[in-house]
Design a binder for this molecule. Structure first.
Ligand code: ATP
Length: 296
């Protein structure tokens, strides 16, 4: 099933330390390579508890990650396959998920948001150049190297990612509802531009503390009526016109008109942010965030 290394037990090569997290069918530990003393994250998967579908996702994730080499994509070091357990050693990332940072920060300054989104756009432009669509870009799948404002991002969870030829249209449903592009929901066929839509959702969330299109059980997803953007709320007053323009270009329902990741690299908000973002761009205090009523 998976390529197997010569040494067939993990413990020949690594010492396992504390648990870092848990996924649906995996537990992730900090591991130290016994020879080099380098630290890694070791994903441990009990093969007996993985369904055929999940095995397929894993197989696809591993083969795609092996193709990729980018400073902002999680680096897969080696796979150790034993009878009952699959071990995946990968680059250790110490700053947690962007999701958790959003829960603590609530609203990001425009400069901070720009640092994160610029890295994300560059990473996704690289993926698309390689013919790969991630298909599940969301804050839970973006890890940070540390907790500082200059942290590097590492895109992870390539389980739903796929290869896509330049003019191909895919139809299989994928992604996470709040971040997924409308053309996935309407089943009209989609391409790499679903990833740029998801980046738009994340940028909107970072700058305002809210999802642009919150979806719950009662939401009627009439695509023409539902995905209408407006920046009328007070929080948007302090955001630059360029940022709002950039969000509108990413969250464009018409796929033909929507900006691609490589075009986004040329947008002024990415290309020359210091020219358009006020250096002292406003940082909200906690009490102001409460007034803005983010729970809505
Ligand atoms: P699910 O399997 O439900 O989709 P998941 O994708 O988060 O969840 P894993 O990729 O197995 O599952 O990761 C589980 C947790 O382990 C993550 O939430 C994260 O906290 C931690 N983790 C995963 N990869 C790394 C890494 N490279 N460095 C540091 N921590 C990591």
């Amino acid at each position: 099933l998976y390529s197997t290394t010569k040494q067939n037990t993990l413990y020949n090569s690594y010492e396992l330390h504390e648990q870092l997290g848990q996924g649906k069918f995996s537990t992730v530990y900090r591991g130290i390579n016994k020879q080099t003393l380098a630290e890694f994250a070791i994903k441990v998967i009990d093969k007996r508890s993985v369904s055929i579908y999940e095995k397929e996702l894993l197989r696809s994730e591993i083969s795609i990650l092996r193709l990729l080499r980018h400073p902002n994509v999680i680096y897969l070091k080696e796979i150790i396959n034993t009878k009952e357990t699959l071990y995946i050693s990968m680059e250790l990332v110490k700053g947690g998920e962007l999701y958790d940072l959003i829960l603590t920060e609530k609203i990001f300054s425009e400069i901070h948001a720009n640092k994160i989104i610029t890295q994300l756009i560059k990473t996704v432009a690289y993926l698309h150049k390689c013919g790969i669509i991630h298909r599940d870009i969301k804050p839970e799948n973006i890890l940070l190297t540390d907790k500082s404002k200059d942290a590097q991002i590492k895109l992870t969870d390539f389980g739903l990612s796929t290869l896509c030829a330049p003019n191909e249209l895919l139809t299989d449903p994928c992604g996470t509802l709040a971040y997924v592009a409308p053309e996935v929901i309407t089943l009209q066929g989609y391409n790499h531009k679903i990833d740029t839509w998801s980046i738009g959702v994340i940028l909107y969330l970072l700058l305002s503390g809210k999802l642009p299109f919150p979806i719950n059980k009662n939401t009627e997803l009439d695509v023409n009526k539902y995905y209408v953007l407006n920046f009328k709320e007070p929080i948007w007053k302090r955001v630059s016109t360029s940022a709002k323009n950039f969000i509108s270009r990413l969250l464009e329902v018409d796929v033909q008109k929507r900006i691609s990741a490589s075009e986004a690299l040329e947008h002024i908000w990415i290309k020359n942010p210091t020219a358009v973002i006020n250096e002292n761009s406003y940082i909200y205090k906690n009490e102001e965030i409460n007034i803005l009523n983010l729970q809505d």
